[in-house]
Each structure stands twice: as C-alpha cells, then as structure tokens.
Design a protein around this ligand. Structure first.
Ligand SMILES: Cc1cc2nc3c(=O)[nH]c(=O)nc-3n(C[C@H](O)[C@H](O)[C@H](O)COP(=O)(O)OP(=O)(O)OC[C@H]3O[C@@H](n4cnc5c(N)ncnc54)[C@H](O)[C@@H]3O)c2cc1C
Length: 595
C-alpha cells in the first residue's frame, strides 16, 4: 500500500496499522510513504518550513490520541538545549499545558520514526519518499491497480490512502500586500532590521489570525511583566504605526481554553448506535432537529446543571427550544460591546477552570455531540447540511477551537498597548491593486478599508472537485462532488442565490451539491456511477469535510484513520469485502475503544 502525505493523519494511520499488525501482516508486505517536503512525519502546522516558534498549538498532551509515548513524557526526556530553544521550562512540563507547534512537530516526527521502525520489526517493508510530490493518480478498473505519478516516475500499488491534508488554493498577490493564507508564516514577517510600520488587516479573528498577531507582535516589540505583575507590551522604537486589525463576521474573539472531564472525544458517549438508528425518520434521514431533541437536549441539560447554569438546564428542555435557540443563547453570552474586555472577564472563569481543574461541562459536551454527529453526517438531509454550515459551524469553531490562556494574555497586552482592534462585519475583498481594498458590511452599513498588507486567516475550507490535486481521477469520473437529497421541498426554502445554484434536479428529486468529494463511510472513493473504488481511500479532511464537516484537529485525524484500519481488519477477519455502508461501519464505532 501507499500513503500520500506524512502529516498527522498519516502518522495516526501508521499507528493504527501498527496496533493491528499481527492481523494485517498476513495481508500486506510493504508500505510506501510519499511526502512532497524534505521532512517526513510532521505535516503542515507543526513544521519549521511553515511555522514560527511563537505559534502555539491548542492541544495538550492529555488531549492527544495515543502514539508511542505521551507528549508530556517525551518533552521531559528532551535535552536542556532543545527545551531552551523551544522556550519550554523543564520543571513546568505538564500533561494539561499547551506548547508551541514546533515542539509538537518534533514530537510527532519522533513518534513517526518510532512507529515506522516498529512496523519494520513485523517484517513489513517501509519505503519513504521525501521530496516526492504525487502530481496525479490513475486507476485501472480492470486490474484494480492504482498508479501514482511523480514528475519523474510512476509507482503501482494495490491500495492507496490519500492523506494530503491542508490545501491552500488561492494565490498570494505579494505586490499588492494580499496573502491568501498566512502560511508559510515567514513570508509575512519583516526582513531583519525593518518593521511593518503600518496597519495590517486579517480576515478572521480565530487561531490562525492569532498566529499572525503573535508572530508579528514579537517582531515589533516585547512582552514584559511589569513591577506590579501586569503583563504588558512594549513596542520597539520606530513602530508607532504598526497595528493589527482583525475582521470577523460577528466581531467575536474565540472562547478560551477550558478544563475537561474527559479530554478524549468518543462517538457513542452520550447515546448508542441503536438509539441513533431509532431516531432516523421514515425516509432514513437523521434530521438536526431530531438529533438535537433526542441526544443534545438531555446531555446538555445535565451539563448545564453541573455548570450551575440551572435556568439554561431547564430552558433547553422546553419542547419548542431549537438548536438555533441554543446557538443564539450561548452566542449571546459571548457577545460583548468590547470583545477584548469580554475576554478579560472570561479569563477569570477560564483561569479558575484550568488552575482548579474545574471543567466547563457544556463546552465539552457540545464538542462530543458534534464530533459524534460528524461521523454520521451522511444521514443529514441537504437542508440540514446547509443550516449546519451556515448557523452552527461558525459558533462551534468559536467555542471549540479554543484559545490557550497564554495567547489570550498576549492579545490583552496588545489591546492595552493600542496595537490591536477587531472590526465586526462581513468582508468582501474588492480589489488588490497596490493596496487591498475591502468592503465591510455590518448592520446594513458598508465601510471601506484599505490595507498595505491583508492576510486571509479564515482557515481550511473543503475544496471543490475542480481543485482536487489528482486531475485524472476527476477527468475519469472517480472524483465527484457529494450530492445530497432534500427532505423538504427545496423550492419553498429561503436560500441564497449561491445556494440555489447548487441545487440539481434529478427527475422529481432535488439534490444539493456539497463541497469536497464523494466518499463512502469508510472513506473509499465513489465514482460517477455510484461504484465504490476499494483501492483508493481519501482521508484528507480538505476533501472529505464536505460530507463530514466537523473533522477538526488531531483527534479527528486519529479517528478517521482508525475507522479505515478497523474496517480492513473486520473485513479480513470476516473474509468479506470491507463495508462502506454507515450501518456496518458504525458497528465499528460501537466496538472500538479508540472511537
Ligand atoms: C495553522 C494550523 C494550526 C493547527 N493547530 C492545531 C492544533 O494545535 N491542534 C489540533 O488538534 N489541530 C490543529 N490543526 C488542525 C490540523 O488540521 C491537524 O492537526 C493536522 O495537521 C492535519 O494533519 P494532516 O496530516 O491531515 O495534514 P497536513 O498537516 O497538511 O499534512 C499533509 C502532508 O501531506 C503532504 N502532501 C500534500 N500533498 C502531497 C502530495 N501531492 N504528494 C506528497 N505529499 C503531499 C504535505 O506536505 C504534508 O506534509 C491546525 C491546523 C492549522 C492549519
């Protein structure tokens, strides 16, 4: 078999393969790993090619799914020189602390190397191909072989797993100061001895925007704890006009890191498989309203109770209380006239949560519930996919992609030094000519902003089929966009013109085209005729997150690859083809302790 990409998803795939190697070694004899970069086993966000020392991870050792040793134990064994370079204090290393992403990258790479060695010890050949970008894939439907094409060679396999991870599509226009993503971060940093002595805009105010803020602020000043114990920012001379403006649709800053009772997500923690299948309607749809009423309401009501939010605990059980009401209520609690002052207030609660190990239960429970929904999302009707993306995802990403407390301290110090602000409203990028001009719409009012440097920090989206990296698979119909049926009459719905364009009529049925690609429940490609291509599985979330929109972070990387591996093992043991039907695959969720 071959794996394209050697980031975190690939590392977890290899780990799950290793765990089942006593069964799998009878079926496989070699694993080839293709990586377009020089460094194998690190991936995009944790790599010195893309990332700066000042970019923090938002996951602690106790939240990381198992690899060979824990991140905490690994850090404790590192040399003083290494820890000093990573600005980590040896005595303070802990399982609940978050560290910079470069340190996490070194850890991931060490785990990757150790896993590869252990797989080799089973007698399996592991062939690594650094600096080898796969530029196309072809599939022979007769022999069932898959060919991988690099610029110079062709390689043939029985099985290929696509784990290509992040894909930033748009091009930078450096001449006009427009950056389509902040990566690699080095491209936006001032050259040694110079400053960006002007205002810099970001699209987004979440974790990627914070990476920009963190890296740039370090180049224009320093953070100092003053004699009164206040954490302050002291700008360097000659940086008077350096300032950062973050644009965010709702004007929200992220929620803060919180203590969790159970840091590792579990698909069937709050309900079981049988209950889920009982909640399907007569057409086989899992509607969001049924999911909310049957599973979210009881679990959240209990969580609110534990958090002493008694009123909400009762309110959520009202028969006419909807998912939208929940989002509105919780978003209102996070809505401030001044989001920085709001963050200062929330810091108090978050600090107690972390230092006194006091979990904030509702946040953990909603994360669990959405994680569980994600692995059943193919059951949602089209209108619920639309609603989920539009109304639920922005709220979830704000709560769950939580900001570590050290990052919040930095943000507040910058705010106090008048070096940062946030502007609410929807951004429309008008033109990039010498400057980037944007139009911001907030409460029906439009304003125009001009930036010498503007960075799109809105994060990874599911890519469209046109941007799929392996063109022959698209041309030959092996890659198609997911098309999901509506439950209700699509023509009677209030949809934007963009959404209406994605409706496809097939006979009497209206289908909705999602971003990303069509895969079955065990991540095999499904071609234009609806046939499953067992030989190719795509677990890159930039491709699969049209159908599975909440595949966020390292826990999802691990779960996705475990589903693939556990499904193979089940098929070998049962001596039948792996099933791609959710009804079968969900039996694995039920049995597998890692899911
Ligand atoms: C800036 C940023 C920060 C993040 N921080 C966190 C965090 O703190 N905690 C967390 O849980 N999650 C975080 N995430 C989520 C992140 O998606 C996962 O943690 C993880 O990196 C995803 O791993 P991956 O292997 O799927 O993708 P990637 O990390 O993108 O790895 C894919 C690999 O495939 C290689 N590749 C791609 N195409 C080809 C090709 N055609 N041929 C050969 N090789 C190829 C790439 O070079 C890369 O090494 C972050 C995401 C971003 C963007």
């Amino acid at each position: 078999m071959a794996i394209i990409g050697s980031g975190a998803t690939s590392i977890y795939l290899l780990k799950h393969l290793l765990d089942k190697m006593s069964v799998l070694k009878k079926e496989m004899y070699s694993i080839s790993i293709f990586e377009k970069n020089t460094i194998l086993g690190m991936g995009m966000p944790y790599n010195p090619i893309t990332t700066d020392l000042y970019n923090l991870s938002n996951i602690s050792s106790e939240e990381l799914p198992d690899l060979e040793v824990t991140f905490e134990d690994w850090l404790k064994k590192q040399s003083v020189t290494f820890l000093k370079k990573m600005e980590i204090e040896k005595d303070k290393i802990s399982k609940s602390e978050v560290y910079n992403r470069l340190a996490l990258g070194q850890y991931l790479q060490s785990q990757y190397q150790s896993i590869i060695q252990n797989i080799k010890d089973f007698g399996i050949q592991c062939i690594e191909y650094p600096n080898t970008e796969i530029i196309d894939i072809t599939y022979n439907n007769t022999t069932k072989f898959v060919s991988l094409h690099s610029t110079t060679q062709l390689y043939e396999f029985d099985k290929v797993i696509i784990a290509t991870g992040h894909q930033w599509e748009d091009d930078d226009q450096e001449k006009n100061g427009f950056y389509a993503s902040p990566w690699p971060i080095h491209k936006i940093l001032p050259q040694q001895g110079t400053f960006h002595n002007f205002t810099i805009g970001t699209l987004g105010a979440s974790l990627s925007a914070f990476d920009v803020v963190s890296s740039l602020s370090r180049r224009h000043g320093k953070f100092v704890t003053d004699s009164k114990g206040n954490y302050t920012y002291q700008p360097y001379k000659g940086t008077d006009n350096f300032k950062m403006v973050m644009h965010a649709a709702h004007g929200w800053l992220p929620h803060l890191q919180y203590e969790q009772e159970k840091p590792i997500r579990e698909i069937y923690r709050h309900f079981d498989r049988k209950a889920l299948y009982n909640a399907l309607d007569e057409d086989g749809f899992l509607t969001l309203s049924s999911y909310f009423t049957n599973f979210c309401v009881p679990a959240l009501s209990k969580a609110f109770q534990k958090d002493n939010l008694t009123q909400l605990s009762k309110k959520i059980t009202n028969v006419d209380y909807t998912f939208k009401d929940f989002v509105t209520d919780m978003a209102d609690k996070h809505e401030y006239d001044n989001p920085f002052e709001g963050m200062r207030e929330e810091m108090k609660q978050a600090s107690v949560s972390i230092t006194k190990n006091k979990p904030i239960h509702w946040k953990e429970v909603i994360d669990d519930l959405m994680y569980a929904l994600n692995f059943h999302a193919e059951l949602l009707p089209a209108e619920d996919h639309i609603f989920f993306r539009k109304e639920i995802m922005p709220f979830l990403m704000n709560v769950i992609a939580a900001m570590p407390l050290p990052s919040a301290k930095i943000l507040l110090a910058l705010y106090d030094a008048n070096k940062i602000e946030i502007v609410p409203g929807y951004v429309n990028i008008l033109e990039n000519k010498d400057f980037t001009t944007i139009e911001v719409t907030h409460k029906d009012t439009q304003t125009i902003h001009l930036y010498q440097m503007f960075i799109n920090c809105s994060g990874q989206r599911a890519i469209s089929v046109d941007d799929y990296p392996f063109p022959t698979l698209v041309k030959e119909g092996y890659i198609t966009p997911p098309q999901i049926p509506f439950k209700k009459d699509a023509s009677a719905m209030e949809l934007t013109s963009e959404e209406k364009e994605k409706i496809i009529k097939k006979g009497n049925t209206s289908l909705y085209e999602l971003p990303g690609i069509t895969i079955n429940s065990s991540y095999c490609l499904v071609n234009a005729n609806g046939d499953t291509i067992e030989a190719i599985q795509d677990i890159s979330f930039a491709h699969s997150s049209g159908l599975r929109p909440y595949s966020y972070g390292l826990q999802a990387c691990s779960a996705t690859s475990e589903i693939v591996v556990a499904n193979w093992v089940a098929s070998f043991q049962n001596k039948k083809l792996p099933s791609g039907d959710l009804k079968e695959v969900s039996k694995i969720y039920e049995k597998d302790p890692q899911l």
